[in-house]
Design a protein around this ligand. Structure first.
Ligand SMILES: NC(=O)c1ccc[n+]([C@@H]2O[C@H](COP(=O)([O-])OP(=O)(O)OC[C@H]3O[C@@H](n4cnc5c(N)ncnc54)[C@H](OP(=O)(O)O)[C@@H]3O)[C@@H](O)[C@H]2O)c1
Length: 306
């Protein structure tokens, strides 16, 4: 289907991208402020917008925060997602729910997970995403919910924002060299509307083909954007001692997406493009405040484990 009226829950990184994306396709887009745990708010927003597509990108996404605030993380990421699904089902509106690829673990680049593999989360945040998927899948199987569940992984973009992993990396000094799938947000936008156009339902991994690693990305950032960047390689064990929630490495199959005719460009090819765009934007003075805020957040994250 071609959505004409899109209602977005979540006003963070992906919320802003989806707003701009669907607006650029000519849809009327609403992204009201409110709490997805509150059914009256969700239901009222759906009545007001009368959408033909709902996109849920509201969640608590700081994995250390989720580790420390489990009940709230569960209430928002899992139960809140189900509130949105319940209202979407009752109103017969197609729902795109953004889950995460970090529900799978790959110890080597050869361990490539399909959508059918059993999830293996390592932190509470990832569990909240698995449970939300389960609730939505159950509603779709037993009821009338029409839902597309997307699993992007490690979002990278050209946007100057503390939420952009590339911007965060500019403030780090230590990197691991473990293979991972990543998703270029600009490509996720395109893949989403192509899947929606096909009325796709069920779970889809949405990552760029191939693998990269945080260390490889850091080297690209140094070479192409920040020559003065100084960093060292550390082991996964060392990284896990520095952060509260355990980081997962995961490599995701793109076969199901490609079967729909949606083929994204390889990750390291796209990184060259988005690093160039990011460099261009960072050269404007407006970026300084964002970088300072990102540095501050990095210091706070490291302080959590002393
Ligand atoms: N970031 C990634 O690398 C990544 C990777 C894979 C999947 N995802 C998934 O993609 C989705 C969007 O991620 P993102 O990067 O856009 O995250 P984000 O920038 O943190 O945006 C999430 C937004 O949801 C809001 N929110 C939190 N609790 C809410 C509630 N109860 N009701 C309504 N809104 C609420 C947050 O507000 P506050 O900031 O005030 O809490 C924030 O504005 C999430 O479901 C996430 O799990 C993210």
């Amino acid at each position: 289907m071609t959505p004409h009226k899109v209602l977005i829950f979540g006003r963070g990184q992906l919320g802003s991208f989806y707003r701009a994306h669907f607006a650029s396709l000519g849809a009327a887009v609403e992204a009201p402020e409110g709490d997805i745990r509150d059914e009256a708010f969700v239901s009222g927003a759906v009545s007001a917008a009368d959408p033909d597509l709902i996109v849920n990108v509201a969640a608590k996404t700081n994995i250390d925060w989720c580790e420390m605030n489990r009940a709230e993380a569960f209430a928002i990421n899992t139960l809140g997602a189900d509130v949105v699904a319940k209202v979407a089902e009752e109103r017969g509106v197609y729902l795109v729910h953004v889950s995460s690829g970090c529900v799978q673990e790959s110890l080597t680049a050869e361990v490539v997970h399909t959508e059918e593999d059993a999830p293996h989360p390592l932190c509470f945040y990832s569990w909240t995403k698995v449970w939300a998927e389960n609730l939505l899948t159950e509603r779709a199987a037993r009821g009338t919910l029409k839902t597309l569940i997307l699993r992007p992984r490690q979002l990278l973009s050209s946007m100057v924002s503390p939420r952009n992993a590339l911007v965060k990396m500019l403030t780090y000094a230590k990197f691991i060299d473990t293979p991972n799938s990543c998703t270029v947000v600009e490509d996720l936008m395109d893949a989403t509307s192509k899947l929606v156009a096909k009325d796709a339902t069920g779970v889809y991994n949405v990552v760029n083909p191939g693998v990269t690693s945080p260390l490889r990305i850091a080297r690209m950032l140094k070479e192409r954007l920040k020559p003065e960047m100084q960093f060292a390689e550390i082991s996964k064990e060392e990284l896990n001692r520095m952060t509260l929630a355990k980081r997962i490495d995961c490599v995701l199959s793109t076969a199901k997406l490609e079967k729909e005719g949606i083929v994204l460009a390889p990750i390291e090819e796209r990184l060259v493009d988005i690093i160039a765009e990011l460099k261009h934007t960072l050269e404007s003075g407006e970026a300084d405040a964002t970088l300072r805020k990102t540095e501050e957040e990095t210091r706070e994250k490291l302080a959590l484990v002393g």
